[in-house]
Design a protein around this ligand. Structure first.
Ligand SMILES: Cc1cc2nc3c(=O)[nH]c(=O)nc-3n(C[C@H](O)[C@H](O)[C@H](O)COP(=O)(O)OP(=O)(O)OC[C@H]3O[C@@H](n4cnc5c(N)ncnc54)[C@H](O)[C@@H]3O)c2cc1C
Length: 420
């Protein structure tokens, strides 16, 4: 047993845990006892992978409606109190990271996530916040306002405040294995949790021929339609066909949480309806008519190759039982042109599954935001905080999820500063 009583122990050295430690370090310098416990051999392993190694750390235009949480009002108030401006200010003026914008997306100007991980690590070390690696916390108990934290290696730590920053369930190789509810099972009950499941992931389909499109990217939009025919979510951007036989890309990932939720609720008629052209069916019809006059004797695949990828033409015409490499455009009658245009702009892909925890970028589920106060302290247990992806709050791609890590971490640090 470590006989010290810490002022705060942070569990998890990912984006949220590191940021919380840095905010505490800024407030108190080294006159308090803080400890960070990390299960893995080093901190920020998932943070290092973000933004394809470039780390899209926030977004100047955060739309709170693009988050999924059980308490949207609290989320909006949290992001109002500590949002992109505050996080960018801390990065630039305290952690010394020069930022650069690409549209609404904010990156370190080095476009290297290691810049962000290092800035947090160095700042924490400068402020004498001790980190213990390879210490996976397995349980927490509380007596007389002191928490006892046990790790897998058998060590015990005592603290007046505890911050759970153990992340969700995705990319478990980075250490995030959904530990929050196990760690807290002696202090809270199941009503505090929504089960974790993958979000921001690919969708799979068993539709014939889809594997042949592997690697193809096109600009368009996607709608998620439930078994009753209601549009439940939509997004636009780049669609990527995967080698496993499915669809991905940012706009698909952004609506995947809705599709996964429907599948998990037992809806076996979920469809992703794809516009593979970025245009309306009327516009596509007109474009095909013009080409039919200009290139009447070419095969459909050749005649349309200036406006559509050949594999897309072939795939869509196959669904109409037509062969794009055999039929000339002249052979396509007006009804078939209209059908082709409609299919290109609203291609139904039955969704039969989704990418698991090793493919998804974030998790939905976790500790309910409604069970936390405005500073991420649990409503029932003073001194116990939950932040980052361990909280039931996940957003779309584009810096939304890291912004939530910074926001929740900063608010928890602010709360703790009033407690120690
Ligand atoms: C490939 C990829 C790309 C992404 N790109 C972006 C992006 O560009 N922009 C964006 O906004 N978001 C992005 N995200 C999402 C973002 O990385 C997460 O939302 C964010 O890392 C969550 O931070 P966190 O600290 O809550 O959890 P994590 O980063 O998962 O950290 C949790 C930490 O807790 C530790 N831990 C877990 N259990 C225990 C335990 N029992 N005891 C001690 N330690 C424990 C883990 O080892 C880990 O270090 C991406 C995610 C992935 C996978």
């Amino acid at each position: 047993m470590d006989n010290k009583v810490y002022d705060c122990v942070i569990i998890g050295g990912g984006a949220a845990g590191l940021y919380c430690a840095a905010r505490l370090g800024r407030t108190f310098f080294s006159n308090k006892r803080f400890l960070l416990l990390e299960a893995g051999p080093r901190a920020g392993r998932k943070l290092a992978l973000t933004g394809s190694g470039r780390c899209n750390l926030t977004n100047t235009n955060i739309d709170t409606s693009r988050y999924n949480t059980d308490d949207p009002e609290k989320l909006a108030s949290c992001l109002n109190r500590y949002g992109c401006t505050e996080a960018s200010d801390f990065y630039e003026n305290v952690l010394g990271v020069v930022l650069e914008k690409k549209g609404d997306l904010v990156y370190p100007s080095t476009f290297k996530s290691s810049t962000v991980v290092d800035a947090l690590r160095f700042y924490i070390s400068d402020h004498a916040i001790h980190t213990e690696f390879k210490e996976r916390v397995v349980s927490i108990t509380e007596e007389k306002n002191i928490f006892e934290i046990k790790t897998e290696s058998g060590r015990k730590f005592m603290s007046r405040n505890v911050v759970i920053a153990t992340g969700g369930i995705t990319y478990p190789s980075t250490g995030s294995t959904g530990d929050v509810n196990n760690i807290l099972d002696k202090l809270t009950d199941e009503s505090c949790f929504i089960p974790f499941r993958p979000a921001l992931t690919s969708l799979s389909s068993d539709i014939a021929g889809i594997k042949g499109l592997a690697g193809i990217r096109c600009r368009g939009d996607v709608k998620i339609i439930d078994g009753n025919g209601t549009v439940r979510d939509k997004s636009e951007g780049e669609i990527l066909f995967t080698k496993e036989g499915g669809i991905s890309g940012i706009c698909v990932m952004d609506v995947s949480d809705t599709a996964v939720g429907l599948l998990e609720d037992g809806d076996d008629k979920v469809r992703a309806v794809l516009n593979l052209t970025g245009k309306s069916a009327g516009e596509i019809c007109q474009m095909i008519y013009i080409r039919r006059q200009m290139y009447a004797n070419r095969t459909c695949a050749d005649a349309l190759s200036g406006m559509l990828l050949r594999n897309i033409t072939e795939f869509v015409m196959k669904q109409m039982n037509l062969k794009s490499d055999k039929m000339t455009l002249r052979d396509l009658n007006d009804k078939q042109v209209a059908e082709l245009a409609n299919l290109l702009c609203a291609f139904p892909v039955p969704v039969t599954g989704y990418g698991g925890t090793d493919k998804a970028q974030v998790s939905s589920g976790g500790f309910k935001l409604s069970k936390l106060d405005d500073n991420m302290q649990t409503n029932d247990i003073p001194g116990l905080y939950v932040i980052g992806e361990a909280v039931n709050c996940n957003g779309i791609c584009g810096g939304y999820n890291l912004q939530w890590a910074w926001t929740s971490a900063a608010l928890a640090a602010e709360g703790i500063s009033g407690n120690v």
